[in-house]
Ligand binder design. Structure first.
Ligand SMILES: Cc1ncc(COP(=O)(O)O)c(C=O)c1O
Length: 443
């Protein structure tokens, strides 16, 4: 038989003559720089290899010894794939379900034009978990806000009777909804927008956590506004937690002006903030909710929009669809991603471990008031912000944490977000905090 150019698994995976296990961190970097795009700037001199336990990765760093090309070290995962791995790396409940369904249950791959039995499981799991009437499956996280945007416009024209092509969606400044054209049309981050215009019309932004600004635009343009779309807590902006009365009052304003409240819970959902969905912290219910990331348990990209009956029902055949949205494997993973959050009490663990981490942050702020400006968070979505000073650089903190076996990443110049797996244990939180303390004291 002809020899294949692609063979083996793991380190033995050999691709057109290159065995992956033979590559040094430098060689990996070189391949990325010569064959990939430049849309990411990963941390240097470190390559993740495999999983040690639900919160720990094994990474490879350059070896000083010429004979070996790298050394392996443990890395506590303080980022958790931007909250896609809330259930922990290789969560056993989810992995077992995937293996059993692919091998024993002979899981098919079919599109939505023919019914498959796992769609019912998906719909039952997600509507119960989200307490919503209906749900539409998608794939990437960004597709959730994209679809909420579309549905809000549909509802605006067909139910609210906004004049054709006049609908407005309001977003919040500092938001992050992903990198599609819709998401960057809503963004005010110059890096994500430069040279990508023209942008979608019918978008306006108001400052986050500013009720007066929201009410002002509702008064001025309420008849044209279909939805206010925002993250309940802004993640990428540096974990910005609004005032306690913000969301209840936003909910009231939306009711008053017949405007949908569409919440992007792609990063805040699935237990991250100490409750299943961050809007529950404020005791309100959105009209539409977009989820992604941990909806696929860190195993597959799975996203969805869940919402109220009359809003989701505005979609008609041909108006929306996705080949892999809700296909059998995604449906199984989505169901077991929910099971692990519920069976393992992950929201509750996030609340307890989050409080432990927050106490460490407060101690740090007391110890280094000239370095730490603010600490923020709910559950295990946390950040500390340093004072605006040349030496107090979030990127340097990330590099120094890496040297101490912790993976975290700055969100802005002086803010570092820490969002570990919700399975994290007390001693790992203490180690994490000790590494942060060590780095801050060295700056
Ligand atoms: C709130 C929010 N929405 C949407 C997205 C986009 O998700 P993805 O990168 O999976 O497309 C993100 C990603 O960080 C996010 O934080």
């Amino acid at each position: 038989m002809k020899k294949s150019p692609i063979e083996g698994y793991g380190d033995n995976l050999t691709v057109f003559g290159t065995r992956i296990g033979d590559l040094s961190p430098d060689e990996h970097e070189n391949i990325e720089k010569t064959r990939g795009g430049f849309n990411y700037k990963p941390l240097e001199n470190v390559v993740v290899s495999h999983v040690q336990d639900s919160s720990t990765l094994i990474c490879r760093k350059p070896s000083n010894n010429d004979v070996e090309k790298y050394v392996e070290e443990e890395l506590l995962d303080g980022l958790c794939c931007y909250s896609a791995v809330n259930q922990g790396q290789l969560n056993k409940i989810i992995v077992d379900s995937v293996v059993a369904h692919l091998t024993v249950e002979k899981l098919p791959t079919v599109p939505r034009s023919i019914r498959h039995k796992y769609m019912s499981a998906f719909l039952l799991a997600i509507t119960n978990f989200t307490n919503m009437d209906r749900v539409i499956p998608k794939v990437a996280g960004v597709e959730a806000p994209d679809l909420m945007f579309k549905i809000a416009r549909r509802w605006g024209y067909t139910i609210k009777k906004i004049k054709q092509d006049q609908a407005i969606i309001i977003g919040a400044t500092g938001n992050f909804h992903g990198r599609s054209m819709t998401a960057i049309s809503l963004s005010d981050d110059p890096d994500s927008r430069e040279n990508f215009g023209p942008f979608l019309p019918g978008v306006e932004l108001v400052p986050f956590n500013d009720l007066n600004a929201l009410e002002e635009i509702f008064i001025k343009k309420g008849d044209q506004i279909a939805a206010f779309m925002a993250e309940p807590i802004q993640g990428e902006a540096g974990v910005i937690v609004p005032d306690n009365d913000y969301w209840p009052k936003v909910r009231e304003l939306c009711n008053q002006y017949n405007i949908l409240l569409a919440m992007d819970e792609v990063q805040t959902g699935y237990g991250r903030t100490g409750v299943n969905f961050a809007h529950q912290l404020y005791d309100i219910q959105p009209d539409l909710m977009g989820c992604g990331k941990a909806a696929g348990g860190g195993i597959l990209p799975v996203s969805f929009v869940a919402g109220k009956d009359e809003i989701i029902k505005t979609l008609t055949p041909g108006s929306e669809g996705s080949t892999f949205g809700g296909y059998p494997l995604a449906s199984v993973v989505a169901v077991y991603a929910v099971k692990s959050i519920l069976d393992q009490n992950l929201a509750e663990n996030a609340r307890i471990r989050g409080a432990q981490l927050m106490q460490h942050y407060l101690d740090l702020k007391d110890e280094f008031p000239d370095k730490i400006k603010e600490v923020r968070g709910k559950g295990l979505l946390t950040a500390f912000e340093m004072h605006n000073h040349e030496n107090l650089d979030g990127h340097i903190v990330s590099i120094e944490l890496l040297k101490r076996g912790v993976y975290a990443k700055e969100t802005h110049h002086s803010t570092v977000r820490i969002a570990p797996a919700l399975t994290i244990e007390a001693w790992q939180i203490d180690n994490l905090a000790e590494a942060i303390r060590d780095v801050i004291s060295s700056l």
